[in-house]
Structure formats: C-alpha cells, structure tokens
Design a protein around this ligand. Sequence first.
Ligand code: UDX
Length: 454
Amino acid sequence: MNVTVIGTGYVGLTTGVSLAFIGHSVTCVDIDERKIENLLAGVMPIHEHGLESLFEAVRPRLHFTVSYAEAVRNAEVVILAIGTPAREDGSPNLSYLHEAVDQVLGSLAGKLTPTLLVNKSTVPVGTGDRLAEKVAARGLSARVSVASNPEFLRQGRALSDTLYPERIVVGGKPEGWRTLRELYLPLLEQKFEEPFDLPRPRGLAPVKFITVTLRSAELGKYAANAYLAMKISFINEMANLCDRVGADVIDIAGIIGTDTRIGGAFLQAGIGYGGSCFPKDTRALHYIADANGYDFKLLSAVIEVNRSQKFTLIDKLRSELIDFRGRKIAVLGLTFKPGTDDLRETPSLPIVEALLAEGAVVAVHDPVALDKARSLLPASVQASSDLEETLQDAEAALLVTEWPIYLALDGHRLRELMKRPLFIDGRNALPPERRIHLDYRGIGTGAAEAALIT
Ligand code: UDX
C-alpha cells in the first residue's frame, strides 16, 4: 500500500520504517527541513535499537519530504504521528496535530481516490470525532474517513514492540478497520523474516486485532498507560510498607505476580516512573476525567505516590547521615530508565535539587546523558563521565537509573573509593552478591538487608 506518515519523531519514524519493512511504500513528512535533510542523508534523529540497520534495509521503499501535497497525493493511508505535549494544567496541546490535519485536508481537496486518515498520537477522547467533523466541513467525507490506531511502544524497544505486538488496536468504522487490517496483515500473521538484530520474542502469542469505536481506542491508550503506572505506584506503596513492617517487596512482587490475574510485569519497586509517556498521560487522563465532571480518585493517588516516591531515597539518606551539609553524595544515573538518553520527567533532577537544597555536595554520573544534562543541572553539581571520580570520597551513592555499568560495581572497590560505602539502591537492582561489603539499602527490601547483616 501507499502510506504517508506525518511526523518523524519517535512514533512516526518507527512506524514508517516498520511499515516499509513489511512491504509498503512509505512517505514520511516533517515540517522540520533539517530533520528531513538528515533523514535523506541517513542520519537518524533518535537512538533506537535496530533502527539504523532496518532503515538501510528498507531505504528503497522510504521517501522523505516537507511537502504535504506531494506526500498525500498517492496515499491510501495517512498516519498522524504528531507530538501532543502537556500544557501547564496537564491538558495535551493539540495545536500541532490540528495544524497538520488542516494541511493534510487542504492537500486532499482534489484527490479522487479514498484516503484513510489514521491518528496515532495520544489524544483526548473525542479528538477523532473532531477530525471527522473537519473532514465533513471541507466536503471530503465521501472519500476521507478517520480512524484511531494508538501505539504501545517502549523507548529502546520501539521497533521490536512494533514488529511483534501483542495487540493492534483500531478505532473507527468497519471500512477503516478493514484497511488497517490489510495494512498490518504481515504483522498480524507474523509473516516476515525477522531482522537479525530484532529477533522475534519467544512464546509470542497470536497478535490480537481489536476493533472498537474511535472513542474507545482513544481512551484505551490512556487506560493502558494509567494501569501500568498504577501497578508501579501500588508496588511502590507496598515497598514503603515493607520498610515499616520488615518484609521484602521483591517477595511480595513474586507472590502477587505469579497470579496470572495480576501478572508479574511492572511490579519493580523503586523511585517511580518517569519518561515522556506515563507522567504526561496519567495527568492528561486525570484532566480528561475532570473536564468531564468525573473525579478519578485512584488516578490522583497514582500520580501523587509517584511524585513523592523519588524522595524516599532522600529520606533513607537522611536517616543515615542526619545532616547533608558539605557531604559528597554520588548520584548514579540521570535518565528515566536505562538504554535511553531521555531526561524527560526523570526522577534524578528533583533528587539532585533536593540534595543541593539540604547543602550536599552533589556529584553525578550517567553513561550517555551527561552532555544533555549539563544545561539542566545547577552549576554547582559535579558532573563527570568518570565513575570512580564520581564515587571518590562520597559518603553515599544513590542509584537512580539501573544502567548495567552500576550493576557491575564491586563492593570491595566501592569501600576503597568512598568515605562511607553507603549504597542506596533506588531500583533494587544491584545483584545480591554485589551488596556484600556495602551498607546497602533498597526500597522495601528491609528484610533482605536484615538477612545480610546477620
Ligand atoms: C511506556 C509504556 O511501557 C509504553 O507502552 C507506552 O507506549 C509509552 O510509555 P516507556 O516510557 O518507554 O514506555 O518506558 P517503560 O519501560 O514502560 O518505563 C516507564 C517508567 O516506569 C521508567 O521510569 C521505569 O523505570 C519505570 N518502571 C517500569 C518502574 O519503576 N517499575 C516497573 O516495574 C516498570
């Protein structure tokens, strides 16, 4: 099929490359000329596992342009993958999306063949209906229909999540469902040769094709992210309780996670979720509920627990050091999770600020995001790409992001380097054998520490 993808950000580029991989002819559009120039030269705007090699492999079926008119002329499907950043009040800003839709519809005016306009951006319920009204207002309803097709991809695994989905959700009308089924058929049937660096996950269940209304698809996307965020906030509250009653949250996650009704994923306790999706989407869903006269109490609690959870690290540090003034604290990891250089809504920055506010001397390390972080960090922070320098003479190390380099740290060496080998693990990620020689504190792992001490 001829497909156009509007927006070459995370979602748009991943989608475009994946659709080209399963045999479609794909035109990617962006208003950012530099981005298009770079893509034409093979320079990727994002880091994503497997992207460069897949891009190279499908290059003959990928086209790039800044012209909407050129891009939609032959398109059977036009996919909108435009950012919907949060406003101050938590509501998503849809102005970029609407601008793009106006451009697309303007370019479709003279086109005689049918076009399916598919929204992939995360948008408030009712946005698809509004797009359909725009189509109708231009007298295009006979040839242009609207569908919603939310994505569920994770950073770092975006291509794998796209090629090997658990489900594909399509909202709209039956003719739209049919077109999207045809578009995604190779993924639904998993009939393609797996790229060497993107192997098919073992035990992949048959892909479910879920056909619903526009509104259900739109709300379903928020529901998925809010539910996962809720699991994280739930296990984090259990961890806080574990610390008070002397139980171990890892045991608790094992006990509840083996119940298939609950499921074991997203039960890793720590300092909470960050990134470009969970914080934004939970706030947006809360805003949507509020705007529709519904007080979504559970979601308010999920958001509040996540806001405060990062400071459990500081509380644990305070109970050990009492006073931080003039004391060097090493912060390990700045990104919101490993495998990305993304610093959006990362817990590390509020943690650094809180430490500085209490007079600590703060040294930070991150294997990939230091340069990006420099402009966000206060000038007094010591930022180093040398991990040993960061740890040298520190009175505590706070693990914020579970990068592999930190999980390989040797307790014996830390004892030599640090003034006090106090290691507060915000992700419960340091392997147990590496905790020996350290004053180790996890989040909700009190019982495990007691076992090590005796
Ligand atoms: C997430 C969703 O997983 C994805 O489906 C959606 O489309 C976009 O948002 P992403 O933001 O890339 O993807 O990150 P993810 O790997 O899900 O992690 C999100 C955050 O939750 C990270 O900060 C991570 O550290 C935290 N997390 C995750 C936990 O604290 N505990 C867990 O058990 C799992």
